[in-house]
Design a protein around this ligand. Sequence first.
Ligand code: HEC
Ligand code: HEC
Length: 341
Amino acid sequence: MNLRNRCSICLFATVLLGGCTPGTNEADVDTSRPTEFGYQTTPRTVRLQEGEAAYNFYCIGCHGENGLGDGPGARFLNPQPRNFQKAKFKFISTRFAELPTDEDLFRSISEGLRGSSMPSWGHLPEQTRWALVEYIKTFSDIWDRPPTPAIPFVTDPYVEMQDKSAAIERGEMAYHGFFSCWNCHPAYVPEQKISEYSIALGGPPRSGLREDIDRSAIKKDEDDKTIFAPDFHRDYVKAGTSVEDLYRSIAAGITGTAMPTWIDAAADGPEDDEGNKLVTQADIWAMAYYVQDLLKKRNVMIDPEALVVRSDREMRFGESGMEYTAEIAVDEDVEIFEEDE
Ligand code: HEC
Ligand code: HEC
């Protein structure tokens, strides 16, 4: 330990208490960097300084000075920017209402949340993004809790198959017949078919389901703000469209909204008379393929006329601009899925 650079009070504290900078242990001291005011600067301190500087430059306008999600831009936004003091995160690989992993935060920062106003920050250096992860955790002491285990990523039984139609068919059955995702998201098959799927998976016949079942239900989030469960033929999903992303979103659920953790319900699924499982955790993969297939059909489902409301181009280009708008939107979709292959 280099004691020469320390002030005498610290030297005393060092001897008596084993250190004077809270949270600093000796192994963490970076001797390659200059000292400040006689203290050694630690890598963590440097990272937090970098995180704070980046936060104050890029994030403060929405997430606010104290991380409350109350920056000057926030009042125009729905959903609202995340409140980091509450430390409740939506797009995580842990269970409902648990703390996310650092990788989860890093992913949301790097990729952004498509269809919300949270941009992607993938253009910032990786080191800066990790520094931001570390810095936003300083807004709440909930982070002192021990880390929570991530949800299981069970083996994907369809991964080797060239043709994913078996996965998609199984996903359609699980989505409608057992998990009743149509309680919030739309149903994509007629009621009669839902009933058949339910019986096949050990459930009762179904009828008299919710009104307008071919549309999303309007839900409230934890802060009593209106939130839509996406219609996969129409809307964006925020946390990624690869099957791994969709598996994670479905398995873990979305904290603060009505969407629960599904991986445990899948584990406790029904059995037939011989004790064979009718529903398993692998069905989460099937639903991921199914939802991805619905999303892929999205560009053909959208009425080009409806695209106009998403863009101000037609105002600038007049009537001929409409064709241009539709073309751009379709191209964008094709690109997302090519990346995911
Ligand atoms: C233009 C406004 C805006 C800016 C700028 C912005 N965010 Fe966000 N951010 C949001 C919104 C809105 C949400 C919530 C989206 C939702 O709930 O669907 C969000 C959510 C998040 C989340 C939560 C993800 C989760 O799993 O719940 C993190 C982490 C985050 N932002 C980090 C950052 C960081 C770091 C920066 C700066 C580099 C930043 N944001 C800049 C608007 C913004
Ligand atoms: C009780 C209501 C409810 C049920 C049931 C439900 N969801 Fe959701 N789901 C939501 C809401 C609300 C959102 C939007 C969250 C947001 O945008 O912040 C959502 C979002 C999603 C997303 C998008 C995640 C993202 O990245 O934006 C997927 C995928 C999804 N749900 C799949 C499913 C599947 C599959 C099922 C059935 C196993 C299901 N959901 C059951 C309410 C529900």
